[in-house]
Design a binder for this molecule. Structure first.
Ligand code: 2DT
Ligand code: MG
Length: 207
């Protein structure tokens, strides 16, 4: 049985990740390609609910501890992801371990190296679509919300970290275009990627 592709979206706030994930799922469904969407953090699980109360400032959690919760929230979904991939379903994932590392490493006293360890061995994406948007273009799309981390100076540090994590299987996409143009560009990339992974084993991230 041919496996599905693991495709991850990363990028800054307002770059259109969530909208484009949805558009991509719709495109694949239209073409009768088996597809399922994931997003991290997945706030529906017990761990996800702790993360949600942290992000919405209802609860404080020590910085190392919350980093491990974000990672645990990915690990708890790995068995389901693997079953789907092996059954031929392509997964479109809104944020993954790169957000995990980039956000925590933007805090005082955290190295990129330390931050990567808990996610080491997760299924490695076949493709990371990194939506790039200059800060001035992002600002035109609206203000930050009220969640933790939604501040300009913190986000600038996060963006720097993302760029340190680039790998050969990343594609950096200029997101400063219309929703339709971006959807068309991403659709073509993903439709080309899916057939190339069919017989490749799922690799491990960062090890
Ligand atoms: P959303 O706005 O996309 O729901 O993200 N985050 C995310 C982390 O700090 N660590 C992680 O591992 C992940 C996946 C990024 C909520 C916020 O959570 C941050 C923004
Ligand atoms: Mg957000």
């Amino acid at each position: 049985m041919d496996r599905g592709a693991l495709i991850v979206f990363e990028g800054c706030d307002h770059s259109g990740k969530t909208t484009q994930c949805k558009r991509l799922v719709e495109l694949l469904e239209q073409k009768r390609i088996p597809v399922q969407q994931f997003r991290f953090p997945d706030r529906t699980t017990a761990i996800g609910q702790m993360i949600n109360s942290y992000l919405s400032n209802k609860q404080d959690i020590e910085d190392h501890a919350v980093h491990l919760l974000f990672s645990a929230n990915r690990w708890e979904l790995v068995p389901k992801m693997k079953v789907l991939l092996e059954a031929g379903t392509t997964l479109i994932v809104d944020r993954y371990a790169y957000s995990g590392v980039s956000f925590t490493a933007a805090k005082e006293g955290f190295s990129i190296d330390w931050c990567k360890q808990p996610d080491c061995g997760l299924p490695r994406p076949d493709l990371v679509l990194y939506l790039n948007l200059r800060p001035d273009a992002a600002a035109k799309r609206g203000n930050f919300g009220n969640e933790r981390y939604e501040q300009t100076d913190f986000q600038a540090k996060v963006m720097k970290n993302f760029h340190l994590l680039k790998e050969s299987y990343w594609k950096e996409i200029d997101a400063d275009k219309t929703e339709d143009d971006l959807a068309a560009e991403l659709g073509e990339i993903v439709l080309n990627c899916i057939p190339t992974v069919r017989e490749r084993p799922i690799e491990k991230l960062w090890c």
